[in-house]
Design a protein around this ligand. Structure first.
Ligand SMILES: Cc1cc2nc3c(=O)[nH]c(=O)nc-3n(C[C@H](O)[C@H](O)[C@H](O)COP(=O)(O)OP(=O)(O)OC[C@H]3O[C@@H](n4cnc5c(N)ncnc54)[C@H](O)[C@@H]3O)c2cc1C
Length: 513
């Protein structure tokens, strides 16, 4: 099919009704999976580079990803919105310095509209499998609405998008409603109910203060207490918004200041002595908010700050001390039809259970679904040494596969959107380099990928994630940190600034020699 024909097919694909099957023989240059910050950002980057032959395949009903799925009360970003947004699409209208989910979701939908992503978007389309066809030099993609082929596969399926629920005996027996924070069930009213929140991570700490005033009884089940800092968020002032509207460089300046301020926060993760500063701040916050020494003791983490994600809240500790709330730190032995039984033999009855237990981060479902040159899946490729990629983006044996927010690209201190934008530039540079060389695909050289990861894991050694004394979702089953970037986000930008063809085997078009 010609480029024009393919583009027409891509547009037909995007414009088709929500549940119609795909038109026959859909072939696109680029297939993007996922329509969160990563997928939408990739689509915009392609459009801005004049590349229109692509589709965005999204299993949900609309764009947003994290900010479409997480509708629990209190859901909010923990990086200032001025920075947690695209650099090319500033929003002077944020109503809070740390926006809530509905506003971030609306921002992403607006950006998708403004930049013309919609005609390329195929919602309610789940990618079930993708296999590299070495002869055709294309990806064969199976979706819930039929097959398609693409030269390039960009995976933007998110690393905090598959809810994880721990295997607790009896979990399926519970008679009442039970749901994960990322799959909030709006049909279940919690007002006046006895509610268990299991887990004390970022989502739980946001949702607990929002539901506590309304429920009859609240029990928060804690395995490990988090370090919590005071929340610096506030509503934005009309004057600020007017200034940003009238003078966009002013907002850019503020964004730059916020960015470099956040960059400094990586220092305590790398240098133990510096971690005493935020740890002291968190301890003071706990002391100021929790006068009862016994409860305070139970809420005091036994690991170094930063080892797990640092949380921010002024409302979590007060909510736990409300007359209708209880912190339960005994291990859960089983879930019963009526509630939760802890290891000390006590059974508490509940009307609803909320799982605030995080996500699958090191065993990502897409790894099971993608097959490379030798027919093996990414999961099989990664089972020996954990998730690995070259520059967090490409994987040896998987030509023209680009993983956005791929292995070792998350941050504990700064905005993921910055990392995503670094990767977008890298992907575009790769496509440009292929065009210039008359090649159709690139496959990272195993030696380049191995030496990149050796260097990366060496840098990881002295960090708080290795030395901090905690088990966290950053680590895989073998204790390897395959999720976080070990340095500044700026160093990642430098690492992805240019696509180096020497690190790749370049493949000619099918049939060409
Ligand atoms: C509650 C919460 C708060 C957060 N706050 C912050 C923050 O303040 N700062 C920060 O930097 N990060 C934050 N994060 C991390 C956040 O996930 C990233 O910042 C960012 O949203 C990731 O964007 P993404 O596009 O990579 O993934 P996602 O937003 O997860 O989007 C992935 C998309 O892929 C789709 N998808 C997945 N599999 C398939 C498939 N097989 N077929 C088709 N579509 C598929 C999903 O439906 C989803 O729409 C937060 C995460 C959560 C859960």
């Amino acid at each position: 099919m010609t480029a024009n024909g393919r583009q027409a097919a891509a547009e037909r694909l995007g414009a088709a009704g929500a549940v119609a099957p795909l038109p026959d023989h859909v072939d696109v240059d680029v297939a993007i999976v996922g329509a969160g910050f990563a997928g939408v950002g990739m689509a915009i980057a392609l459009l801005r580079a004049g590349r229109r032959d692509f589709v965005v395949l999204e299993r949900d009903d609309d764009v947003g990803g994290t900010w479409w799925r997480n509708t629990y009360p209190g859901c909010q970003c923990d990086v200032p919105s001025n920075l947690y947004s695209f650099s090319f699409a500033p929003n002077p209208e944020w109503s809070q310095t740390f926006a809530l989910q509905p506003e971030i979701g609306a921002y992403l939908r607006r950006v998708a509209d403004d930049f013309g992503v919609r005609p390329h978007l195929r919602t309610r389309t789940e990618v079930r499998a993708a296999a590299w066809d070495e002869q055709a030099r294309r990806w064969r993609i199976e979706t819930s609405r039929g097959p398609l082929t693409a030269r390039v596969l960009v995976v933007g399926t998110g690393s905090l998008s598959e809810p994880a629920i721990p295997r607790i005996p009896g979990a399926e027996r519970f008679a009442g409603p039970a749901f994960h924070t990322a799959r909030w069930d709006r049909d279940v009213g919690l007002t006046g109910k006895r509610v268990a929140v299991i887990g004390t991570g970022a989502s739980a700490v946001q949702v607990v203060p929002r539901i506590q005033p309304h429920v009859a009884q609240l029990a928060v089940f804690q395995r490990t207490p988090p370090w919590i800092l005071p929340h610096p968020g506030r509503p934005t002032r009309p004057r600020e918004r007017a200034l940003f509207r009238a003078l966009p460089p002013a907002q850019k300046l503020v964004r730059g200041g916020v960015y470099w301020g956040r960059e400094c926060l990586v220092l305590p993760f790398r240098f133990h002595r510096l971690s005493r500063i935020p740890q002291r701040m968190a301890r003071r916050h706990l002391e100021a908010q929790v006068p009862d020494p016994v409860l305070r003791e139970r809420l005091t983490p036994r690991y170094e700050i930063g080892c797990k994600r640092i949380l921010m809240s002024d409302e979590y500790y007060p909510a736990l001390q409300a007359p209708n709330a209880e912190l339960v730190s005994d291990a859960i032995a089983e879930i019963t039809t009526a509630g939760v039984r802890t290891a000390d033999g006590v059974e508490r009855a509940f009307d609803a259970i909320v799982w605030g237990t995080g996500f699958h981060t090191t065993d990502l479902p897409y790894a099971e679904r993608i097959r490379g040159r030798d027919g093996r899946t990414l999961a099989q490729r990664w089972c020996a040494h954990g998730m690995q990629a070259l520059r967090g983006t490409t994987v040896a044996g998987f030509p023209n596969l680009f993983a956005l927010v791929g292995p070792n690209t998350l941050l504990g201190h700064n905005s993921i959107v910055f990392m995503i934008e670094s990767q977008l530039a890298y992907v575009l540079d790769a496509l440009r380099a292929l065009d210039e060389r008359g090649a159709t695909a690139c496959d990272p050289r195993p030696a380049a990928q191995a030496s990149f990861n050796e260097r990366l894991q060496r840098r990881m050694r002295g960090t708080v994630w290795a030395r901090g004394g905690c088990a966290s979702w950053y680590l895989d089953a073998d204790g390897r940190n395959t999720t976080l970037w070990p340095g500044t986000s700026w160093s990642f930008r430098r690492a992805t600034r240019r696509f180096d063809p020497a690190e790749y085997e370049l493949l000619a078009r099918a049939g060409a020699h």
